[in-house]
Design a protein around this ligand. Structure first.
Ligand code: BGC
Length: 738
């Protein structure tokens, strides 16, 4: 036995013992529980249920009487969210969680509460937390290590605050650019979402999420949520099972394998079946096929909505029965104890079997045990000294640098000289919210006055980084012109215009729009700036790709900065001045027109008969201040057998004058199959650092999983035949033998 096998064997044994121990503990605990105690564990309420009125908040927002009602009387297993929908200090959080767990000790079995929070791009609801670039940016980095780092720092800052459970990562796929949660995804590609999601889970959970600095993740929103037909949040998705399995399932499948112990359910519906009533998805696929053993938690009020909104249940009772029997283990009720009252009755009346309750509660107890809550449910105060420390901020800045896409750079306008006189204008120039988006300080992320004022906006960062004169004119708000004339006047005495356009922060339904084209007032400002004849750098800070084609085509440079996080303005400035060589690539297709939403992995049918796919910027597009050349594509074999796998080698060289990082993307096309296949699909990528003149040979390993697809019978299959591998403009083919 080699040393490695021995280590693996010992690790597996240790994991088994761990699982066995928790399974035994669960059994013992479950055996002692009453029906009410069990149903309490399945109930999750929001902070409002235990809150003092905001006007009476004296630094401790909990109403102790309400807290006792929730935990002692209703024995709720979980609480979520933040007081008064805004971030609280670390100190307040420590007090809240301590009070919650103190009260849980007053219950008969002293089972701790698992406190859940949306720590989406960092600790959203703890003041001063490290807030990373949003997922759409992270996807653009093509560097999953950043996801791992973000996961690790987020878990640590959450545990310092006292929360245990993070409703993250978002594993939805962003293929509907209108969707107000587009920026919460890693983009349109399955492989990018999967690799980043898994890396995030690894960082957040570490080798054992019972350890102080790690915490359990929650994959969401299972599944198909990301493709609302009309683009508005929580509206119907229509997708057949093939597409569901091909595009929307793999990221969850990989996350289950990576050990995420909880999942949140899709708030919308697919083909008329609401996510929370979908037995096929929640039980047959999730449990049967994916072998998921953890907790399925509902999304916000979604069990109630089976009755109140979707009308698939004809009473609140039927809604609870439907969701629980479909496979939901915990209800994010969240405003009251209706779920508890109803479910207790349903079990007593024999409408929901005790076995189903035991199953759900076992899963909940197991996650609580494996999170270390039973051993110590209190905030991890020893982590406070690491909260948002210099290292975390430096890692956040380093991440932001890799997530900003240089989409256009005519005549090498960028990088700008530091002594250039710059006019900065536009609604996203002087706000922190546009760097961060939703789930920042508040749910919508748009309360600018609550942001940490010491952080820099684009204007402030440019002023700090420039040696020339930086003039600012607002020009327009997001939707209404302010002083476009003044901007035109000031432009006359500047060398270059940095035109900052885009979107305010938003999230979920309030972020719905009717039209993807950027607001007219902003286009007017852009046109006025372009007319001055001064070079224009268009900077887009936005959560989805607003259509900007006419102004982008006239601008000399275009930077798609999206939501680069709290250090994003510094990173952007470094890129504009050439202190950092941009290396991000778009993780989505930037539409040219409002009727041109085609993803890069389109079907041959979409380019048949002279039809063209012509996004403004393609998936994977991103410029640099240097040039790279890929050459020497080699496949290990021209013919392979099933199970054998294939090695793809390619060289990449920095042929320019500046050091930089280049992401090399490997695509595959299945030349003929039972069902039509995309013209190409991303299967692998690597990002490497290269000095000028340096070249590296990269090796990519493709396996049967990469050659597989969802066949006619809705099952994943691998078929013999010819495949083409593509890297940049290079391609080569191989045959998978029968
Ligand atoms: C969102 C979820 C979130 C939950 C709890 C819902 O509205 O869809 O993503 O985790 O609220 O805040």
């Amino acid at each position: 036995m080699t040393k490695l096998t021995l280590t693996l064997l010992l690790m597996a044994t240790a994991m088994n013992v761990h699982a066995q121990n928790s399974d035994e503990k669960v059994k013992t605990l479950l055996g002692k529980m009453t029906l009410e105690e069990k149903v309490g564990q399945m109930t999750q309420v929001t902070f409002d249920v235990i809150a003092k009125p905001e006007a009476e908040n004296d630094g401790f927002p909990v109403d102790m009487k309400k807290l006792e009602t929730a935990i002692v009387q209703y024995q709720v297993g979980s609480i979520l969210n933040t007081p008064y929908n805004k971030a609280q200090s670390l100190e307040t959080w420590n007090k809240i969680i301590t009070a919650v767990q103190d009260v849980s000790k007053k219950t008969r079995l002293q089972i701790p509460v698992i406190y859940g929070i949306d720590a989406i791009h960092g600790t959203t609801y703890t003041q001063g937390g490290t807030l990373f670039p949003q997922a759409i940016n992270i996807g653009a980095s093509f560097n999953p290590e950043l996801s791992k780092v973000a996961g690790a720092i987020t878990a640590r800052e959450m545990k310092a605050s006292g929360m245990t459970w993070n409703f993250y990562p978002v594993l939805d796929i962003g293929r509907q650019p209108l969707w107000s949660r587009f920026w919460e995804t890693y983009g349109e590609d399955v492989h990018v979402a999967t690799t980043h999601g898994v890396a995030y889970i690894n960082g957040h959970q570490g080798d054992d999420y019972s350890k102080a600095e790690f915490a359990p993740t929650c994959m969401k929103h299972y599944t198909g949520y990301g493709y609302p037909l009309n683009g508005k949040d929580r509206t119907p998705a229509w997708m057949g099972e093939k597409i569901l399995r091909e595009i929307y399932l793999p990221s969850f499948e990989a996350a289950v394998k990576a050990g995420s112990p909880t999942v949140m359910i899709n708030s919308g519906e697919i083909d008329g079946v609401p996510g929370h009533a979908n037995y096929h998805l929640l039980t047959e696929i999730l449990r049967g096929e994916l072998q998921f053993k953890g907790i399925a938690v509902s999304d916000w009020e979604d069990i109630v909505r089976l009755y109140s909104r979707d009308k698939v249940a004809d009473s609140p009772e039927q809604a609870v029965k439907m969701a629980v029997m479909a496979g939901v283990d915990m209800s994010m009720v969240p405003y009251n104890f209706s779920f508890y009252d109803i479910l207790v009755k349903l079990v007593k009346n024999g409408e929901v079997p005790m076995s189903r309750i035991d199953e759900a509660v076992s899963r909940i107890l197991k996650v609580k045990i494996e999170s270390g809550l039973l051993a110590d449910p209190y905030p991890k105060k020893e982590l406070i000294k690491l909260f948002a420390n210099e290292d975390a901020t430096a890692k956040n800045l380093a991440a932001a640098r890799e997530t900003i896409v240089l989409a256009k750079n005519s005549n090498n306008l960028l990088p700008l000289s530091k002594s250039a006189n710059i006019l900065v204008t536009g609604p996203t120039a002087n706000l922190l919210q546009v760097l961060n988006g939703g789930w920042t300080v508040t749910w919508q992320g748009d309360e600018e006055n609550l942001y940490p004022q010491e952080k820099l906006t684009v204007l402030e960062a440019l002023k700090a980084g420039s040696k020339g004169k930086v003039t600012y004119v607002e020009g327009t708000t997001f939707t209404n012109p302010v002083n476009i004339d003044e901007a035109v006047k000031q432009a006359a005495s500047t060398d270059v215009i940095v035109l900052c356009l885009g979107e305010k922060a938003y999230c979920e339904t309030p972020g719905n729009i009717e039209n993807l084209t950027l607001d007219q007032a902003q286009l007017d400002l852009a046109n006025a700036m372009l007319k001055t004849g001064k070079p224009v750098v268009l900077v887009l800070l936005e959560g989805r790709p607003r259509v900007v084609t006419p102004i982008a085509e006239k601008s000399n440079a275009v930077v798609v900065a999206m939501r680069p996080g709290m250090e994003g303005a510094i990173a952007l400035t470094e890129i504009l001045f050439g202190d950092y060589n941009p290396d991000a690539k778009l993780p989505f297709s930037y539409p040219r027109n409002t009727n041109g939403f085609t993803t890069y992995d389109y079907k041959p049918l979409e380019v048949y008969d002279g039809m063209v796919i012509n996004p403004l910027y393609t998936f994977g597009h991103g410029l640099s201040y240097t040039t790279y050349e890929t050459s020497g594509l080699r496949l290990s074999k021209k013919e392979i057998k099933a199970g054998e796998g294939l090695e793809v080698k390619v060289s990449v060289k920095n042929t320019g004058k500046v050091a930089g990082k280049e992401a090399v993307l490997v695509y595959l096309n299945d030349n003929a199959a039972q069902v039509s296949r995309p013209v190409k699909q991303l299967k692998s990528y690597q990002k490497v650092m290269l000095n000028p003149g340096e070249s590296k040979e990269l090796t990519f390993k493709l396996t049967d999983a990469d050659f597989s697809y969802i066949g006619l019978q809705n099952k994943r299959i691998v078929e013999p035949g010819k495949f083409t591998v593509m890297v940049g403009s290079l391609s080569d083919s191989f045959t998978l033998l029968p």
